[in-house]
Design a protein around this ligand. Structure first.
Ligand code: HEM
Length: 150
């Protein structure tokens, strides 16, 4: 199942181009992109807050140092995925390593999919007129690789 999801991403020049182009814009400010993604997750899917009790009051945004640390490491994780797009076996092993942290926290594939709409809103905010639904679909295809590993 992971192999098929990896092949879907790595075998598509259009998906890879959309991921790379948008990553260039998302990664211009790793920290605020991560905070925006988490803020969008909690706004659009408040039910997911129950997974993040360790972080304390997530409404404080950047003023919450635990949330800030999480946002930064989360965005660097995305960097690992984007750097592996031309090597399917590398993307697979990076995603499987990444999935362990979430399996240990009992995040199901379905729960992980909660990130898609928040990612879409983050892409719109970061990319402005360069945003397209194909771009959001490319990120959903990458999220599907993680979901296949959960
Ligand atoms: C783009 C999608 C996501 C990325 C790149 C990501 C990345 C990460 C990273 C790098 C960590 C730190 C791992 C560690 O230190 O052990 C983490 C922790 C965590 N993730 Fe994710 N994650 C994503 C989506 C989600 C979603 C959708 C959920 C829940 C529905 C979730 C729940 C958690 C939880 C509960 C933790 C532990 C937080 C803590 O107590 O520090 N993640 N994530």
């Amino acid at each position: 199942m992971v192999d098929a999801a990896v092949a879907n991403v790595c075998g598509s020049d259009a998906i890879k181009a959309n991921l790379r182009r948008s990553w260039g814009m998302l990664s211009a400010d790793i920290e605020s992109t991560g905070l925006m993604l988490m803020g969008n997750l909690f706004a659009l899917r408040p039910d997911t807050k129950s997974y993040f009790t360790r972080l304390g009051d997530v409404q404080k945004g950047k003023g919450n140092s635990k949330l800030r640390g999480h946002a930064i490491t989360l965005t660097y994780a995305l960097n690992n995925f984007v750097d592996s797009l031309d090597d399917p076996s590398r993307l697979k092993c990076v995603v499987e390593k990444f999935a362990v942290n979430h399996i240990n926290r009992k995040i199901s594939a379905e729960a992980f999919g909660a990130i898609n709409e928040p990612m879409k809103e983050t892409l719109k905010a970061r990319m402005g007129s360069y945003y397209s639904d194909e771009c959001a679909a490319a990120w959903a295809a990458l999220v599907a690789v993680v979901q296949a590993a959960l």
